[in-house]
Design a protein around this ligand. Structure first.
Ligand SMILES: [Cu+2]
Length: 130
Protein backbone atom coordinates (compact mmCIF):
# COMPACT_ATOMS: atom_id res chain seq x y z
CA UNK A 1 0.00 0.00 0.00
CA UNK A 2 2.80 2.36 1.01
CA UNK A 3 4.66 1.52 -2.21
CA UNK A 4 1.51 2.24 -4.21
CA UNK A 5 1.20 5.71 -2.70
CA UNK A 6 4.86 6.48 -3.38
CA UNK A 7 4.48 5.17 -6.93
CA UNK A 8 1.39 7.35 -7.45
CA UNK A 9 3.27 10.38 -6.17
CA UNK A 10 6.09 9.66 -8.59
CA UNK A 11 3.66 9.29 -11.48
CA UNK A 12 2.00 12.57 -10.52
CA UNK A 13 5.39 14.29 -10.29
CA UNK A 14 6.37 12.96 -13.72
CA UNK A 15 3.10 14.17 -15.22
CA UNK A 16 3.65 17.60 -13.67
CA UNK A 17 7.22 17.78 -14.98
CA UNK A 18 6.17 16.78 -18.51
CA UNK A 19 3.25 19.21 -18.40
CA UNK A 20 5.55 21.98 -17.23
CA UNK A 21 8.07 21.26 -20.03
CA UNK A 22 5.30 21.35 -22.65
CA UNK A 23 3.91 24.61 -21.23
CA UNK A 24 7.42 26.13 -21.21
CA UNK A 25 8.05 25.09 -24.83
CA UNK A 26 4.72 26.61 -25.87
CA UNK A 27 5.40 29.89 -24.07
CA UNK A 28 9.07 30.39 -25.04
CA UNK A 29 8.61 31.68 -28.65
CA UNK A 30 6.06 34.24 -27.44
CA UNK A 31 8.46 35.42 -24.76
CA UNK A 32 11.17 35.95 -27.39
CA UNK A 33 8.80 38.01 -29.53
CA UNK A 34 7.82 40.08 -26.53
CA UNK A 35 11.51 40.73 -25.79
CA UNK A 36 12.11 41.95 -29.37
CA UNK A 37 9.22 44.35 -28.87
CA UNK A 38 10.57 45.52 -25.53
CA UNK A 39 14.12 46.02 -26.84
CA UNK A 40 13.74 47.61 -30.26
CA UNK A 41 16.68 48.70 -32.38
CA UNK A 42 17.88 52.25 -31.71
CA UNK A 43 18.64 54.60 -34.61
CA UNK A 44 20.33 57.90 -33.80
CA UNK A 45 19.36 60.93 -35.85
CA UNK A 46 20.91 64.37 -35.47
CA UNK A 47 19.13 67.57 -36.49
CA UNK A 48 20.77 70.89 -37.29
CA UNK A 49 20.02 73.80 -39.62
CA UNK A 50 18.80 72.58 -42.15
CA UNK A 51 19.30 68.85 -42.30
CA UNK A 52 18.85 65.53 -40.60
CA UNK A 53 21.82 63.13 -40.36
CA UNK A 54 21.42 60.48 -41.63
CA UNK A 55 18.85 61.84 -44.05
CA UNK A 56 17.78 58.39 -45.22
CA UNK A 57 16.96 55.30 -43.15
CA UNK A 58 15.32 51.96 -43.91
CA UNK A 59 12.89 50.29 -41.53
CA UNK A 60 11.06 46.98 -41.58
CA UNK A 61 7.28 46.90 -41.68
CA UNK A 62 5.81 45.91 -38.31
CA UNK A 63 9.17 46.13 -36.53
CA UNK A 64 9.33 48.81 -33.84
CA UNK A 65 12.42 51.01 -33.63
CA UNK A 66 13.47 53.78 -31.29
CA UNK A 67 14.53 56.96 -33.08
CA UNK A 68 16.93 58.75 -30.76
CA UNK A 69 16.75 62.39 -31.82
CA UNK A 70 19.15 65.16 -30.90
CA UNK A 71 19.70 68.69 -32.13
CA UNK A 72 23.08 70.38 -32.20
CA UNK A 73 21.84 73.95 -32.59
CA UNK A 74 18.23 74.84 -31.83
CA UNK A 75 14.76 73.34 -31.60
CA UNK A 76 13.59 71.47 -34.70
CA UNK A 77 10.48 69.48 -35.52
CA UNK A 78 10.24 65.85 -36.58
CA UNK A 79 6.93 65.01 -38.21
CA UNK A 80 5.44 62.39 -40.51
CA UNK A 81 1.72 61.66 -40.52
CA UNK A 82 1.90 58.17 -42.14
CA UNK A 83 4.62 57.11 -39.66
CA UNK A 84 2.55 58.55 -36.79
CA UNK A 85 5.41 60.61 -35.43
CA UNK A 86 5.26 64.27 -34.43
CA UNK A 87 7.68 65.69 -31.91
CA UNK A 88 9.98 68.60 -31.28
CA UNK A 89 13.72 68.03 -30.88
CA UNK A 90 15.04 70.41 -28.26
CA UNK A 91 18.73 71.33 -28.35
CA UNK A 92 20.93 69.76 -25.71
CA UNK A 93 18.68 66.85 -24.84
CA UNK A 94 17.75 63.49 -26.29
CA UNK A 95 14.24 62.82 -27.54
CA UNK A 96 13.26 59.17 -28.04
CA UNK A 97 10.28 58.27 -30.20
CA UNK A 98 9.05 54.77 -30.97
CA UNK A 99 8.03 54.16 -34.56
CA UNK A 100 6.29 50.99 -35.71
CA UNK A 101 5.64 51.35 -39.43
CA UNK A 102 2.54 49.46 -40.60
CA UNK A 103 2.82 50.20 -44.33
CA UNK A 104 5.67 49.60 -46.78
CA UNK A 105 6.77 52.51 -48.95
CA UNK A 106 8.76 55.74 -48.99
CA UNK A 107 7.86 58.40 -46.47
CA UNK A 108 9.13 61.88 -45.77
CA UNK A 109 9.83 63.27 -42.33
CA UNK A 110 9.84 67.06 -42.22
CA UNK A 111 10.95 69.65 -39.72
CA UNK A 112 7.67 71.30 -38.77
CA UNK A 113 9.14 73.76 -36.30
CA UNK A 114 10.28 76.91 -38.10
CA UNK A 115 14.06 77.09 -37.74
CA UNK A 116 15.21 79.65 -40.31
CA UNK A 117 15.62 80.38 -44.00
CA UNK A 118 16.25 76.74 -45.10
CA UNK A 119 13.47 75.29 -42.96
CA UNK A 120 11.24 74.44 -45.93
CA UNK A 121 13.81 71.98 -47.28
CA UNK A 122 14.65 70.31 -44.00
CA UNK A 123 13.49 66.73 -44.43
CA UNK A 124 14.59 63.11 -44.50
CA UNK A 125 13.45 59.94 -46.22
CA UNK A 126 12.22 56.82 -44.45
CA UNK A 127 11.91 53.68 -46.55
CA UNK A 128 9.77 50.91 -45.09
CA UNK A 129 10.34 47.44 -46.54
CA UNK A 130 8.20 44.30 -46.20
CU1 LIG B 1 12.78 73.69 -39.36
Amino acid sequence: MKTMIIKNKMVTATFLAVGFAIALAAVTPKTRLARADVNPKVIEITAKKFEFTPNEITLKKGEPVILRLTSTDRVHGFMSKPLKVDTDIAAGKTTDVVVRPDTAGDFTVICDHYCGIGHGNMKMKVTVVE
